[in-house]
Design a protein around this ligand. Structure first.
Ligand SMILES: [Zn+2]
Length: 142
């Protein structure tokens, strides 16, 4: 099974705010997702075939312009899996999408987190458990 990269950039590398890698330290917790670099206001593409079920927010409390995202429930090969994409605004809700289709617009992040690399957070879930998306991401062809 393959996840299509959500933007033409790559994984968020270590910046002034930390690393975007799976299991990177976040205080006393670990980063249970993968951050993928975006352009501010850039298009975010569906990593897999699925249904955009609803908006999904990264934080319970208000958090500037970045407390937004979406829940994509997989279909086809990804049936039973879901992806949450954070720090982006959904273009469609309640619609079936194909991998690679534009589904969201990335939010600028630096007003909230100075020095951070703009990114979307990918949380890959199955049965309430988070999995590392990294091994599923399609390698760029040479
Ligand atoms: Zn993240």
């Amino acid at each position: 099974m393959i996840l299509h990269p959500p933007t033409a950039f790559g994984p968020r590398l270590t910046d002034a705010r930390g690393s975007g890698a799976w299991d990177a330290p976040r205080g006393r917790r670990k980063h249970k997702g993968l951050d993928w670099e975006t352009a501010p206001w850039g298009l975010v593409h569906a990593p897999m075939d699925g249904l955009v079920v609803r908006e999904a927010k990264p934080y319970r409390q208000p958090k500037g312009d970045i407390n937004t995202g979406l829940l994509l429930e997989g279909t086809g090969a990804w049936e039973g899996w879901s992806l949450k994409l954070f720090y982006c605004s959904a273009l469609v809700i309640g619609a079936q999408v194909r991998a690679r289709e534009p589904i969201a617009v990335a939010r600028p992040m630096r007003e909230e987190y100075a020095g951070i690399t703009p990114h979307v957070h990918l949380a890959l879930l199955r049965g309430g458990t988070a999995f590392d998306p990294t091994p599923y991401l399609e390698k760029k062809s040479a």
